[in-house]
Design a protein around this ligand. Structure first.
Ligand SMILES: NC(=O)c1ccc[n+]([C@@H]2O[C@H](COP(=O)([O-])OP(=O)(O)OC[C@H]3O[C@@H](n4cnc5c(N)ncnc54)[C@H](O)[C@@H]3O)[C@@H](O)[C@H]2O)c1
Ligand SMILES: C[N+](C)(C)CC=O
Length: 491
């Protein structure tokens, strides 16, 4: 009998009050890999009350920042100690390749270490007061109770981007992983407990968005909600958060242009265009799902892409030969299938993929073939909407001005890339793209030191970097009159 993945509230591992559970499925073969407690509004309210009481008692926020940093260093070390097990769980839960999960775990330990180091680096600022006999300074304080809501595609990586800075800044937190991928977040909560973070500071609630997540967004006891997920959910959270005007940080979707000029290193650009879109079966917020190719190299480039796409090996994430695993769920695959039909109706040309693999060994997994549409135009839904699967749309362009205008013709603004050996041109284009991240002659790098987030409807706020810590702080100006005397205004 499989043990139940429990919630962690006020330093205790508990099952949902209702005793409800959910089966956690391996997307590669649909086998049940775990049973998780399924919390609801009541469990969430309990966790929020604990986080509120713990914050208001003040001990955690008053803990010297370097002590909080030391705890984060310890968590980083424990993650490294258990990285094999964590990577195994992430692959079981998401289907991504083991090598990718292993890379995620290295990044995650680095994120904890980065914020550990940053915890005590901003002691505030002395202001040159314009008023005689006064002292003026600005200090940073934690926001308070932070609710952290997470997606399924990078379960622990996205959790680390929020948990580490929230704790470094002295907040108390309630963490909600996606209901379908809770395993690594549960395991890291165990490590947080092992590291010695005081009870009540970190609380973990498992369960669905419509109850657990919604209760967090609605609660007047929550000061800040940090959310990563889809655009529609983000809009709902923003509206619910207005109840008590809680602060919000939203990391949402993207439809990210990958721009290839004829004067780029074309073999590298072909190779990386594949990585940009098909990595993790296209289930990446910053996936380069929208390829813009300069007219004169279009046909050559497409031919090379197709040759390479034919060779992509789908399979079990634990098999070393596998290059891409399954999609996360049947719902997600249905969504991709729907968009492929839309693309055909819109007049785009399907040149490869466009269906499920025939390989019988993949029949139990949520696999979908790497797919390419050419002859796409900016007005098509398949070009404008986030499909979040292995589907590449290709457009042509013939000038710098045209491609800038095409690439910016989107509600999203998460990321984009420019390929050219003419660095001045690449920089010119990069400077005009309305996106939170622009890569030149590369695709995908992100790291703890640089901010991550979206322009336009890709989000509000930034994670990682110094800004990622500042999101979890309030600024307070403290002004002291050093020679108080009556002002005699009201005589
Ligand atoms: N910008 C980024 O850095 C980034 C990173 C990863 C994923 N994403 C985006 O995430 C999306 C995929 O993730 P997903 O399918 O898990 O997204 P989702 O919006 O369906 O769910 C995200 C989380 O929100 C919860 N949720 C659902 N309804 C809710 C509600 N009413 N109130 C509060 N919480 C609720 C879910 O349970 C889950 O934990 C994609 O759009 C992707 O682009 C963005
Ligand atoms: C932010 N990132 C790229 C790690 C995951 C997006 O889905």
């Amino acid at each position: 009998m499989m043990s139940i993945q429990k919630m962690y509230i006020d330093g205790k591992w508990i099952e949902a009050e209702s005793r409800a559970t959910r089966e956690i499925i391996n997307p590669y073969n649909q086998k049940v890999i775990a049973t998780a407690s399924e919390g609801n509004e009541n469990d969430t309210h309990t966790a929020i009350q604990v986080a509120r009481k713990t914050f208001d008692q003040g001990n955690w926020a008053a803990t010297p920042a370097n002590e909080r940093g030391k705890l984060l260093y310890k968590i980083a070390a424990l993650i490294e100690r258990d990285q094999k097990e964590l990577a195994r769980l992430e692959t079981l839960d998401t289907g991504k390749t083991l090598i990718e999960s292993e890379g995620d775990m290295v990044d995650i330990a680095e994120v904890f270490r980065y914020f550990a180091g940053l915890a005590d680096k901003d002691g505030g600022e002395i202001i040159e007061s314009p008023i005689l006999n006064s002292m003026s300074r600005v200090v940073r304080e934690p926001v308070g109770v932070a609710a952290l809501i997470l997606p399924w595609n990078y379960p622990l990586l996205q959790a680390s981007w929020k948990i580490a800075p929230a704790l470094a800044a002295g907040n108390t937190i309630i963490v909600k992983p996606s209901e379908i991928t809770p395993l690594t977040t549960v395991k890291v909560t165990e490590l947080i407990e092992e590291a010695g973070v005081p009870k009540g500071v970190v609380n973990l609630v498992l369960g669905p968005g419509h109850s657990v997540g919604q209760a967090m967004a609605d609660s007047p006891l929550v000061d800040l909600i940090s959310f990563t997920g889809g655009i529609e959910t983000g809009k709902g959270i923003m509206s619910s958060a207005s109840g008590n005007l809680k602060k919000i940080a939203l990391e949402l979707g993207g439809k990210n242009p990958n721009i290839v000029f004829a004067d780029s290193d074309l073999d590298t650009a072909v190779d990386q265009a594949l990585n940009a879109v098909y990595f993790h079966a296209g289930q990446v917020c910053s996936a380069g799902a929208r390829l813009l190719i300069e007219d004169k190299i279009h046909d050559w480039f497409v031919e090379k892409l197709v040759e390479r796409v034919k060779r992509i090996k789908l399979g079990d994430g634990f098999d070393e030969l596998t290059q891409s695993g399954p999609m996360i769920s049947s719902e997600q695959r249905d969504k991709v299938e729907k968009y492929v039909e839309i693309g055909k109706e819109e007049g785009a040309k399907l040149i490869i993929g466009g269906g499920r693999p025939e390989d019988a060994s993949l029949a139990d997994g949520f696999f979908y073939l790497p797919t390419i549409f050419t002859e796409c135009t900016a007005d098509m839904r398949i070009v404008q909407e986030e499909i979040f699967g292995p589907v590449l749309t290709i457009e042509r362009f013939s000038s710098e001005e045209e491609v800038i205008s095409l690439a910016n013709d989107t509600i999203y603004g998460l990321a984009g890339a420019v390929w050219s050996k003419d660095i001045l041109k690449a920089e010119r284009v990069a400077s005009q793209l309305r996106m939170g991240t622009v890569w030149i002659n590369d695709f995908h790098p992100y790291f703890a030191q640089a901010p991550w987030g979206g322009y336009k409807q890709s989000g509000i706020g930034r994670e990682l970097g110094k800004t990622g810590l500042e999101e979890f702080t309030e600024l307070k100006h403290i002004y002291q009159n050093t020679k108080p005397e009556p002002v005699n205004w009201f005589k």
